[in-house]
Design a protein around this ligand. Structure first.
Ligand SMILES: C[S@@+](CC[C@H](N)C(=O)[O-])C[C@H]1O[C@@H](n2cnc3c(N)ncnc32)[C@H](O)[C@@H]1O
Length: 272
């Protein structure tokens, strides 16, 4: 099957997935993995506790994917929850968790949500800025700032490069290896570059925490997915050689660059 723009946007709903070309996260999702962010549920919990969602909050989530963090947010019963997801099938999945008024998941782009300004007290997004071009990263952070009320919090959870003084040549090597393995133009930043990105758009940064990039390591996998989902994932992978090949290639790159890849969360507070 040829990957067209349309199929790239609806990976979850395609009966046939092009295992050679599909973005790595949709291959993992098709095999049954639900947690698709680099620092796992532990860093997600850290981010949620730092943005401190409470019953008085109006929340916007960028790129909810399969809705795992959406469920955690909804359990805190915010006044409103609005998600903006580019993939139609993923958005449809998130909608299954949205019960009651002031809860919606729109198909759209985080860089241009079409939502009115200053409607949110909390905006967050995970594993979605890394895959954007530098220009789009800035646009998305700017959109978060536009949506937030003064004093509002913007949480991110992304892949990072370490150490901070990594050379441009090393960065380029890792970008190439990631693009080849996950078939997405992933351009992670160093922790200080992520900080600068948020500060440039007017945020005061706090709540910085990091974790190893162990997305495909057994201990993290079981922590994030539980035993039974992990076993089902392994069975699915065993039955699907083309997916197995891609997943092993991704894991090999993550392991090769283990010392240089990490996960980071931070919170930007919109100055009021
Ligand atoms: C790696 S997955 C992460 C999903 C989820 N946030 C998680 O951590 O499990 C990336 C998600 O970002 C979405 N996405 C990528 N770029 C986007 C954009 N510009 N606007 C909205 N969604 C986007 C993709 O459709 C996909 O659901």
């Amino acid at each position: 099957m040829k990957t067209t723009k349309k199929t790239a946007q609806t990976m979850l709903s395609e009966a046939e997935l092009n295992y050679q070309k599909a973005p790595g996260h949709w291959i993992l999702a098709r095999m049954g993995k639900r947690v698709l962010r680099p620092g796992g549920l532990e860093l997600t919990q850290q981010m949620l506790s730092n943005v401190n969602i409470q019953a008085i909050d109006e929340v916007v989530e960028f790129a909810p994917g399969l809705g795992i963090t959406a469920k955690l947010t909804l359990s805190r019963q915010p006044v409103s929850y609005t998600a903006i997801e580019r993939d139609e099938a993923a958005a449809q999945q998130v909608r299954q968790y949205l019960i009651g008024p002031h809860r919606k998941c729109l198909v759209g782009k985080a860089e241009d949500t079409g939502l009115p300004g200053t409607i949110a007290t909390v905006v967050y997004g995970e594993a979605m800025l890394t895959m954007q071009t530098p220009g789009n990263k800035a646009k998305i952070v700017n959109e978060a700032a536009r949506l937030l009320k003064p004093g509002g919090r913007y949480g991110i959870h992304e892949l990072c490069l370490q150490p901070d003084d990594m050379s441009d040549a090393q960065k380029e090597e890792i970008y190439q290896a990631l693009a080849q393995a996950i078939r997405v133009g992933a351009r992670p930043l160093t922790v200080s570059e992520w900080r600068t990105l948020l500060e440039t758009e007017g945020f005061a940064v706090e709540g910085v925490a990091t974790a190893p990039m162990h997305l495909l390591e057994p201990k993290r996998f079981i922590q994030d997915e539980g035993w039974s989902r992990t076993l089902r994932f392994l069975l699915n992978v065993a039955r699907t050689p083309a997916a197995r090949q891609r997943i092993l290639a991704m894991r090999a790159v993550f392991q090769k660059y283990e010392d240089f890849l990490g996960a980071v969360t931070m919170v930007g507070v919109k100055e009021g």
